[in-house]
Design a protein around this ligand. Structure first.
Ligand code: BV8
Ligand code: ZN
Length: 262
C-alpha cells in the first residue's frame, strides 16, 4: 500500500481490502480545494437498493424493461402503472438506510473549500446520511408534481400519497426525470459548473451510460481535474479516469479517508 513494512493501522486497512490508494490520489485529496462527487445507483447498492444494470442483469417491472416503465411516454400512456412502479420502489426504500459510502460522502462535505455532491439517484439516501445541497439530477422518489400547474408536493416514504394536486386538484405524477425528459432546470447547469471548476472528481457507482449525467466526468477531466472512479466493474469512463478503485463504495470511501488520516 505505501511500500515497505505495513504499520498496524495500515495492516488494518490492508486487511480490509487488497486495494491500494495511490500516493497521487492521497496527495490530490489532501490538497484539493474544489471537489465534485457524482454518484449513481451503485452508491446505494449496499443499502439494499437494487441497481438498474450491473451483474449482467437489468431491472424489469411486470415484463417492461425499466427504461420503458421509466419513460416519458408512459405518463400519458399509463400513469397508474408508473405510479405502481414508483410506489413499489418508494415503499421498498422506506426500510432502507444510508450505508458507509453515503456517510463518508456526508463527512467529506466539510473537508474542502467547495464540495459538491451530484447524484443520479432519486432515493434521498444522501440527504438521510447528512449531505446538504445535494444536486438531484433525476428528481426525487419522495416528491410528486402536478401535470397541470406543476406544483410539487412531498410524499411520505412509508405512507400513502394523494393522486390529486393540493393546489389545483388535477392529477400528479412522480417528480422524477424519466427517459426522454429534460433534467430539472438548473440542476444540470449547476452540476456542469461544478465539473468545470473542480480539481478532484469522484465518479462513484455509476455505469456511466445515462446522459447527460455521464458527460460530467469528461467535463471535469477536460478542465484539468483528477478523476477517480469507484466501482466493482469497469465502465465506459474507466479509461479516461486518472485512478480506478475497483471495489464497493462502502469499502473504498472509508479506505480513502483512512489513507489520508481522517
Ligand atoms: C435527456 C429516474 C434531453 C427514473 C433515470 C431518446 C430520446 C431522448 C433521450 C434519449 C434518447 N436516447 C438516449 C437518450 C438520452 C437518455 C439516455 O442517456 N439514455 C441512455 C440509456 C442511452 N437520457 C435521457 O433521456 C435524459 N434526458 O437526455 O434530456 C433530451 C430530452 C428529450 C429529447 C432529447 C434529449 C434523462 C435520463 C434520466 C432518466 N432517469 N432515473 C428512475 O429512477 O426510474 S436514469 C436511471 O439510470 C437512474 O437514475 C440511474 O441512476 C441512472 C443511471 O444508472 P446508474 O446510476 O449508473 O445505475 P446502473 O444500475 O446503470 O449502474 C450501477 C453501477 O453501480 C454499475 O456500474 C455497478 O457496477 C456499480 N455498483 C454496483 N454495486 C456497487 C457499485 N458501485 C459501487 N459500490 C457498489 N457496492
Ligand atoms: Zn396542480
Amino acid at each position: 500500500m505505501y511500500g515497505g513494512a505495513l504499520l498496524p493501522s495500515q495492516q488494518s486497512m490492508q486487511l480490509q481490502s487488497d486495494l491500494t490508494i495511490s500516493r497521487k490520489l492521497r496527495e490530490k485529496f489532501i490538497e484539493a480545494k474544489r471537489v465534485l462527487a457524482l454518484t449513481g445507483a451503485g452508491v446505494s447498492a449496499e443499502s439494499g437498493v437494487p441497481t438498474f444494470r450491473g451483474g449482467g442483469g437489468a431491472a424489469v417491472w411486470k415484463g417492461m424493461p425499466f427504461d420503458v416503465i421509466s419513460s416519458a411516454q408512459m405518463v400519458s400512456r399509463d400513469l397508474a402503472a408508473v405510479w405502481e412502479w414508483f410506489d413499489y420502489r418508494r415503499r421498498l426504500l422506506s426500510s432502507l438506510r444510508p450505508n458507509p459510502a453515503h456517510l463518508e460522502l456526508a463527512s467529506w462535505q466539510t473537508r474542502f473549500d467547495d464540495f459538491r455532491l451530484v447524484t443520479q439517484n432519486i432515493d434521498g439516501l444522501h440527504q438521510l446520511a447528512g449531505s446538504k445541497s445535494v444536486v438531484e439530477l433525476h428528481g426525487s422518489i419522495c416528491r410528486a408534481r402536478c401535470l397541470t400547474c406543476h406544483a410539487r408536493q412531498e410524499i411520505d416514504r412509508e405512507g400513502e400519497r394523494s393522486d390529486a394536486c393540493m393546489q389545483c386538484g388535477d392529477l400528479v405524477r412522480p417528480d422524477v426525470v424519466l427517459f426522454g425528459e429534460m433534467l430539472p432546470s438548473g440542476a444540470y447547469e449547476a452540476a456542469a459548473a461544478a465539473a468545470e471548476n473542480c480539481d478532484l472528481c469522484f465518479v462513484i457507482g455509476t455505469s456511466a451510460l445515462v446522459y447527460p449525467a455521464a458527460a460530467l466526468p469528461t467535463i471535469a477531466r477536460d478542465a484539468g481535474a483528477f478523476v477517480c472512479e469507484v466501482n466493482p466493474e469497469r465502465t465506459p469512463l474507466s479509461d479516461l479516469c486518472d485512478e480506478v478503485l475497483t471495489g464497493k463504495a462502502g469499502d473504498v470511501l472509508p479506505l480513502i479517508s483512512a489513507s489520508v488520516g481522517i
